[in-house]
Ligand binder design. Structure first.
Ligand SMILES: [Zn+2]
Ligand SMILES: [Zn+2]
Ligand SMILES: [Zn+2]
Length: 509
C-alpha cells in the first residue's frame, strides 16, 4: 500500500482498501454463520443415526417382541439418554422417537438434515404434520415427495417445511385428514398462571382466521395517542367483544380521531375476508389437489369444498389465461388489477422474503424493480413477473435501509424464484412458496419490455430523502440485479453441464 504522505492519491486508495476489507469480513462472517446452521443440521442427523443404531442393537439383544411391556426398548433408551443429557424422560423418549422417524418413516426427508439443507426444527415440524399418516405405502410416497420438493426449493424455513408436508399429506391422505377433522373436539380451555389467565379456543382454521382478522381490525381502531401495545389492545378488544362492552381509544382527548360511528364499524367488519385459493377441479370434486388457506397453509380438497359450501362464501373465478392482457389497472397502471393481485398473493402465499411467514393478504404488493410514475414503460412493470407481497417491515427495509437488494426471476420452466441479498452481501434464493398451486402463472407472457429507468420507490413515503439519492440507488440496484442474473445464467449453464455428467438430484442452481 502506498504511503499517504508520499502520494496524496494514496489516501483514497487506503480508504477504498479498508472498505473492501470490511465488506469481505462481513460476507465471510455471515457465510460462517450459515455454515454453522448447516453443521447443526448434520449433527442432528448424526445424533438420530447414533440413537437408532443403539436402539436396534438393544432390540436384537431382546429376543421377544416387547411392544406390550411397560418398559419397552424405546422407554429404556429414552430414559438413559435423558439421564445422560440431564433432560426429562419425555424429552429423552422424544429424541429416540424422532430417530425412528428419521430412519423408518421419513428417511428421504431426513437426508436433507445430513446434507445441511433442513434445520432440525423444520424436520420436527414435518414429523408432526405426518404423524396421523399410518399407512406404510402412503408415508413412503409422502416422504419421497417432501424430500424432492424441499431439495429443489432453496432456503427452507420451518413454515415452508410445514406447508410442504401439509400439502402432500392433504393430497395423499385427504380422506384421513377429513376423518381426523371430524374427530377433532373443538373446545375452550382456561389455564391459570400466577397473576394472569390464558383462554385457548380450538376450532377450524378458517374460523380462527376470521376471528383473528376481526380482532386485529378492532384493535387498530384507536388514534395515534393510544398508550397500549398492539398485543394489549388486541386482548382488550377481545375481552370487550366477548363481554359486549365498548372498546375505546385510551387517549382521553376530546378531539380523538378514533371515534368511529356504529355504521363505520359495521362497514369495516363486513369487509373482513379470509382467502382460499383452489383449483376449479378441486371445488368441482374432480381433483384432490390441495388448496391454500391464507394465514394457515395448504388444506385438503374436502376442506376446500366445505369452505366453498359455507353460507357467506363467495367463489370467484381467477382467469389466468386472460391475465396477460390486464395485469395493471387501466386508470392507474401503478396498481395491479384485482385478478393480478390475487394471483401474485396466491403464488407467494406469504411475504416473499426468505424466512418470513406473514400472510400474503396482510402484506403490501411491492414492485421488485421500482415503478416509474413519470415514464411507466421505462420502469418496473405492474405484472406478476415483477410483483411480490412484502410485509411492512421487509417493505421498509427494501425501501429505506441500505444494502438490501431483492430480485425475482422466472426461469425457463415458468418457476418463479425470489432472491434477497442482505447488507453483508449474502444472497438467499427460494422458489415461490405456492408454485405448486399456480404453476401456470410463471408461463403467462409478459406484454412489457425490460425496465430501463426505474422510478423512486414511492416519493410520498419518504419525504426526508432526496430524489437524486433514491434515483442513484435504483440505478445501482438495476446494475446489481443485471450482474447477478448474468452470473446466475452462467452458473446454471455450468450446473446443467455438470448434471449431464453426474445426475444426483441436486438443486437447479
Ligand atoms: Zn385517541
Ligand atoms: Zn416479511
Ligand atoms: Zn411481466
Amino acid at each position: 500500500m502506498t504511503n499517504p504522505t508520499d502520494n496524496p492519491v494514496g489516501t483514497i486508495t487506503a480508504i477504498a482498501t479498508t472498505t473492501a476489507i470490511a465488506t469481505v469480513t462481513a460476507i465471510a462472517t455471515v457465510t460462517a454463520i450459515a455454515d454453522i446452521a448447516r453443521d447443526e443440521a448434520r449433527l442432528a442427523w448424526q445424533r438420530y443415526q447414533a440413537l437408532y443404531a443403539l436402539l436396534q442393537s438393544r432390540n436384537q439383544e431382546t429376543s421377544t417382541s416387547d411392544d406390550r411391556r411397560l418398559l419397552d426398548s424405546v422407554t429404556v433408551l429414552g430414559a438413559e439418554i435423558a439421564a445422560i443429557l440431564a433432560v426429562g424422560v419425555n424429552t429423552g423418549i422424544r429424541k429416540v422417537t424422532l430417530a425412528i422417524e428419521a430412519n423408518e418413516r421419513l428417511p428421504k426427508t431426513a437426508r436433507l438434515l445430513r446434507d445441511g439443507l433442513l434445520s432440525d426444527r423444520a424436520f420436527c415440524s414435518i414429523v408432526l404434520q405426518c404423524s396421523a399418516v399410518t399407512d406404510a405405502d402412503l408415508i413412503a410416497a409422502i416422504d419421497a415427495e417432501i424430500a424432492q420438493s424441499l431439495r429443489e426449493h432453496g432456503a427452507i424455513s420451518t413454515s415452508i417445511a410445514d406447508d410442504t408436508a401439509r400439502r402432500y399429506v392433504a393430497e395423499y391422505d385427504a380422506d384421513g385428514l377429513r376423518d381426523k377433522r371430524r374427530a377433532n373436539t373443538p373446545g375452550v380451555t382456561v389455564a391459570n398462571d400466577v397473576d394472569q389467565s390464558t383462554l385457548t379456543i380450538a376450532t377450524s382454521p378458517e374460523d380462527i382466521a376470521l376471528i383473528d382478522k376481526a380482532n386485529r381490525a378492532r384493535a387498530l381502531q384507536v388514534c395515534a395517542h393510544d398508550s397500549r401495545t398492539l398485543g394489549k389492545r388486541r386482548a382488550d378488544a377481545f375481552v370487550a367483544t366477548q363481554l359486549g362492552t365498548e372498546f375505546d381509544c385510551d387517549c382521553g382527548r376530546p378531539d380523538c380521531a378514533a371515534k368511529a360511528s356504529a355504521e363505520q364499524v359495521d362497514a369495516q367488519f363486513a369487509r373482513i375476508v379470509v382467502h382460499v385459493i383452489a383449483d376449479a377441479a378441486t371445488l368441482r370434486g374432480t381433483s384432490d389437489k390441495a388448496a391454500y388457506l391464507d394465514g394457515f397453509g395448504p388444506i385438503d380438497a374436502h376442506h376446500a369444498r366445505e369452505i366453498a359450501d359455507r353460507p357467506g362464501t363467495l367463489v370467484r373465478t381467477l382467469d389466468l389465461a386472460g391475465l396477460a392482457d390486464r395485469t395493471a389497472q387501466a386508470a392507474d397502471p401503478y396498481r395491479p388489477t384485482a385478478a393480478c393481485a390475487t394471483a401474485v398473493r396466491g403464488l407467494h402465499g406469504t411475504c416473499a422474503v426468505a424466512g418470513c411467514s406473514r400472510p400474503a393478504w396482510s402484506c403490501d404488493l411491492d414492485h421488485v424493480t421500482e415503478y416509474n410514475h413519470d415514464a411507466p414503460a421505462a420502469g418496473g412493470a405492474t405484472c406478476p413477473c415483477n410483483l411480490q407481497p412484502k410485509c411492512r417491515l421487509h417493505h421498509l427495509l427494501k425501501t429505506f435501509a441500505d444494502g438490501w437488494l431483492d430480485d425475482q426471476i422466472t426461469d425457463a420452466d415458468g418457476t418463479v424464484w425470489t432472491e434477497t441479498t442482505t447488507p453483508s452481501g449474502y444472497t438467499v434464493r427460494a422458489r415461490a412458496r405456492n408454485h405448486w398451486l399456480l404453476p401456470e402463472l410463471g408461463l403467462i407472457p409478459c406484454r412489457h419490455g425490460e425496465p430501463t429507468a426505474p422510478g423512486a420507490s414511492d416519493p410520498t413515503d419518504q419525504p426526508e430523502r432526496s430524489r437524486t439519492r433514491t434515483e442513484a440507488k435504483q440505478a445501482y440496484r438495476m446494475r446489481l440485479r443485471a450482474q447477478r442474473r448474468y452470473r446466475l445464467a452462467c452458473t446454471a449453464a455450468a450446473n446443467a453441464r455438470a448434471a449431464s455428467l453426474a445426475s444426483d438430484g441436486e438443486p437447479p442452481f
